[in-house]
Design a protein around this ligand. Sequence first.
Ligand code: PAF
Length: 264
Amino acid sequence: MTVVATREDLAQARAALPGTVAVVMTMGALHAGHAELVRQARSRADSVVVTVFVNPLQFGAGEDLDRYPRTLQADLDLLEREGADLVFTPGPDVVYPDGDPVVRVTAGPIGEVLEGASRPGHFDGVLTVVLKLLHLIRPDVALFGQKDAQQLSAIRRMVRDLDVPVEVVSVPTVREPDGLALSSRNAYLTDEQRRTALVLSRALATGDVDAGRAVFATEPDAELDYLARVDSATFTDSPDGDLLVVAARVGTTRLLDNRILERQ
Ligand code: PAF
């Protein structure tokens, strides 16, 4: 496994990769969900590139950029075990050599609702870095977790609207045996908060917005932000939408989850 941190080293190592290339983009603090992304990437391409970069552009003022877990050595150990070929671990000065970019990708309406309404500018920051990394790596396939469903939808839309030559593949959410969706932010939870956090998957299991809200009403230690049934392509509210999405705060930690539904 080759690990590089500069654009020059990345270009050289990328040129040496054989065959088709899959990319898995991460912000580090890797867990079994990321391992599954890398395994799926392995099954879809000859070579696998993983990026580890905590992207400042997608964090708002007062969010957890400074305390976001950074566990690079453990991440590299996991990626070595999972058979990644090339890992790109740039710093902000490598990704944004001229400082914050003046020209950015705008997520449009998908970026303004639900997660986008709670975190203004978040999806613009995500799409801007994703597009830059796609340009730097030039993969055939890019894999993203279903857990961040609105991000996935925004990326699919960007790829279509801007004719980005890459296939986007979603990978199902990996869960703990008790249903908690794996997330790097789970590391912030105390044992008690972790138990409280199960309210998200319990609410989704009802398959219904009202029933899900009733589940939240039984859990005073979780603060529901939104629970909605949406169309997964547009993230607009829809009574026969194919996705139930939820976001809630447990302590100071914001958690997301979703469940794919049959259309009625
Ligand atoms: O999902 C993430 O970890 C990030 O949003 C991504 C796609 C790596 C962009 O920074």
